[in-house]
Ligand binder design. Structure first.
Ligand code: PBG
Length: 328
């Protein structure tokens, strides 16, 4: 083992050129998936109070964001809808609306910048009046009836031109059902990015404000999202989703779960993504606004941390801001 004084690790840190030369991990635009909130009432944008710098976008603005992503070199955008409360119901019946907000956004974005990958969430929560991701009956989220609805939703998305189906609902067996349905309908080239290890987290709060589901949410999501105390269970979730046909897997939230990211990447050697969720974004922005931390540096450091942990990419609301920073 090398030891002091013949070894002085500070020699490798003495100047910018040597620090760059020995740097083990880097962040590039190609590591980022930009998470974008869209709304059927944005005219053309409206701020999300708990996420300073993030706005809900109209369909036309969503199309512009696809052009912006292309120009910045961001490979893909993940879209999340805020729909008019009057369209929400017990069953989330608008989740597969072929004329709805999500279908309109996919088409407008693919028209504007076909080079940018479009990723869509598969889950019912933006469309249900109770805010849950699945079919609710007598206080229970029903697994298999939910899967039927998710299949309808995903087929609508694929039909509209979505490139990547991303189930975020955490029902058992949905990846296999989605793969089979997509293949049956001729969408064998549509990818599945599974929210494989998704925890029941307090860090989703600002997102629920952003899509307008927080006020109505009854109870919590602990019967389908994972217990933050568990690690082995995350590996079982990921293993099953890969077995069922997931092309890529995700861990969510991000920074508090880097141990899971590292373990999943090491164990499965699959394309592995981490979601730096709304609460992580909000914390950095809030501390920055108070002058308590340097928000830009915290943004870049947190994104790099995902790469160090082994993530192949990061879903983040910071994506365009981070690329602008990378480009100087
Ligand atoms: C729901 C969904 C959630 C997020 C993405 N899809 C929240 C939840 O499970 O309640 C969270 C995203 C974020 O916090 O940025 N299907």
């Amino acid at each position: 083992m090398a030891s002091y004084p013949s070894t002085r690790l500070r020699r490798l840190r003495a100047n910018d050129w040597i620090r760059r030369l020995v740097r083990e991990n880097t962040l590039t635009p190609a590591d980022l998936i930009w998470t974008v909130i869209v709304s059927d009432r944005a005219d053309p944008t409206e701020p999300v109070p708990s996420m300073p710098g993030v706005e809900r976008l109209s369909v036309a603005e969503a199309a512009k964001s696809a052009v912006r992503a292309r120009d910045l070199g961001i490979p893909a955008i993940a879209i999340f809808p805020n729909i008019d409360p009057s369209l929400k119901d017990e069953e989330g019946s608008r989740a597969d609306d072929p004329a709805g907000l999500v279908a309109q956004c996919i088409k407008a974005m693919k028209d504007a910048a076909p080079e940018v990958g479009i990723i869509c969430d598969v889950a019912l929560d933006p469309f249900t009046n109770h805010g849950h991701d699945g079919v609710l009956e007598n206080g229970q989220i029903l697994n298999d009836p939910t899967i039927d609805r998710l299949v309808d939703q995903a087929l609508m998305q694929a039909e509209a031109g979505c490139d990547v189906i991303a189930p975020s609902d955490m029902m058992d067996g949905r990846v296999g059902a989605l793969r089979a349905a997509l293949d049956d309908e001729g969408f064998e080239n549509v990818l599945i990015l599974s929210y494989a290890a998704k925890y029941a987290s307090a860090f989703y709060g600002p997102y629920r404000d952003a899509i307008g589901s927080s006020a109505a949410l009854q109870g919590d999501k602990k019967t389908y999202q994972m217990d933050p105390a568990n690690t082995d269970e995350a590996l079982r979730e990921v293993a099953m989703d890969i077995e069922e046909g997931a092309d890529m897997v995700m861990v969510k939230p991000g920074l508090p779960y880097l141990d899971i990211v590292a373990r999943v990447k090491a164990e499965f050697e699959m394309p592995t993504y981490a979601f730096q969720v709304s609460g992580e974004y909000a914390m950095i922005k809030a501390a920055d606004a108070n002058g308590w931390i340097d928000g830009e540096r915290a943004m870049m450091e947190s994104l790099l941390a995902f790469k160090r942990a082994g993530a192949d990419g990061i879903l983040s609301y910071f994506a365009p801001f981070a690329v602008e920073k990378l480009n100087g």
